[in-house]
Design a protein around this ligand. Structure first.
Ligand code: MG
Length: 210
């Protein structure tokens, strides 16, 4: 997709996010709007995937896991605009019985989602497991994960990062939305809980990440 088309799609996704969150006066627009370009580029130009043939196993495909699940609006909009389900379904966001729960779930079978998230810190563990499964199956697919920077205060993130480095898992790309903000305010105010938040250098945990 050319840059003009990517920019047009990003604008559309941002409009979707505002409409969805405004309609129910509930949700997380900040991280969603901030990550829009990432999602549009990932789903339009980077990942190998076929929205018309979605399966939970995703054999042969690249897979994405959203670890900071509260930014679901940007993911739902990107999935719909990519063809995973009708755009009209975005109007059901956070309503009773919807497949578009405030935090992504898999129990209602929304195409494009393979992991429930919202409880922070779990996505990298799931991603590393999926990456290892791909290698065991001689599947060339790549795993992508997204995390909030505040989420890096979850110990499980670092357990997964260290494990992946030790196991030499090289088919996963983890991205951090480094916006300096978390629900309680400034991320750096909480730096004492995780010295890594100030300068994200995953290679410092064992030269396994670059
Ligand atoms: Mg943040």
């Amino acid at each position: 997709m050319e840059i003009q088309e990517l920019e047009r799609l990003s604008s559309q996704v941002r409009r979707d996010i505002i409409r969805m969150v405004s309609a129910v006066q509930s949700g997380h627009p900040g991280g969603s709007l901030g990550c829009t370009d990432f999602f549009v580029a990932l789903y339009s130009n980077i990942m190998k995937h076929d929205p018309s043939k979605f399966t939970m196993k995703g054999e042969g495909d690249d897979l994405f896991f959203l670890s900071n699940g509260h930014i679901s609006p940007v993911w739902y909009s990107t999935l719909a605009r990519s063809g995973y389900f009708p755009v009209s379904e975005l109007d059901t966001f956070r309503k009773i019985g919807t497949r578009l729960q405030g935090h992504p779930s898999v129990d209602k079978g929304l195409p494009g989602i393979r992991m429930a998230s919202g409880s922070l810190g779990q996505g990298l563990s799931v991603g590393v497991g999926a990456a290892q499964a791909k290698k065991l199956n001689q599947d060339k697919g790549i795993i992508y994960t997204l995390h909030g920077d505040g989420e890096l205060q979850e110990g499980q993130i670092w357990e997964a990062a260290m494990y992946a480095a030790h196991q030499k898992v090289d088919n996963i790309i983890a991205t951090v939305d480094y916006n300096g903000r978390q629900i309680d305010g400034d991320c750096f105010k909480f730096r004492k809980f995780t010295s890594q938040v100030g300068s994200i250098r995953m290679e410092s945990i064992g030269n396994g990440w670059s």
